[in-house]
Design a protein around this ligand. Structure first.
Ligand SMILES: C[S@@+](CC[C@H](N)C(=O)[O-])C[C@H]1O[C@@H](n2cnc3c(N)ncnc32)[C@H](O)[C@@H]1O
Length: 158
């Protein structure tokens, strides 16, 4: 991710809270600076043990000297249940739209190397950014391809 990102660009990486040491070591070793942290507030628990786990989190990572956004967005974003109809861990496009809009400039490209059903790519396409997705699983790759074509035809994000 760091190698292919433009200087002055941003990356957003979701992570598992119980593996933060591994993620942070890897981000820093690659050359990223951690410049923000995002909490996605869910209206449901994905699991329950010591807590009902009702949030996801991601770091905003920077390559080189980045320019802060002219209009910063809140670092807590509501994440409605996607229904996981297209992928077992499908992210709702609505939660990704403000991030793409803020951290990928007009004319920029969104790369998602773990694209799944293509939610981040749908957000990019909806906002007129270029996009590039990679997905190991052929079935998920097919889902993302069909979804992007459908959204391109309908011009809606969901
Ligand atoms: C958490 S899911 C992404 C879900 C996606 N955000 C969505 O909304 O549908 C991660 C995806 O990464 C894929 N994946 C895992 N290892 C990969 C690899 N080495 N290269 C490409 N894709 C990979 C998995 O098949 C899985 O679909």
């Amino acid at each position: 991710m760091h190698r292919v990102l433009k200087w002055g660009g941003f990356a957003i990486s979701f992570y598992g809270w119980n593996r933060i040491d591994l993620f942070a070591d890897a981000w820093k070793a690659a050359g990223f600076r951690m410049v923000g942290h995002i909490v996605f507030r869910k209206s449901y628990s994905s699991s329950s043990r010591f807590f009902r786990y009702e949030h996801e989190s991601a770091y905003l990572l920077a390559k080189g000297n980045v320019t802060p956004p002219a209009k910063p967005i809140p670092d807590v974003i509501d994440m409605l249940y996607s229904g996981n109809k297209l992928h077992p861990t499908q992210k709702p496009v609505a939660a990704l739209l403000p991030l793409v809009d803020t951290f990928c400039p007009a004319g920029g490209l969104v790369l998602d190397p773990f694209a799944g059903s293509g939610s981040s790519l749908v957000a990019a396409q909806h906002l007129g950014r270029d996009w590039l997705g990679m997905e190991l699983d052929a079935e998920h790759a097919g889902t993302a391809t069909r979804r992007l074509a459908w959204h391109a035809a309908k011009k809606i994000a969901a």
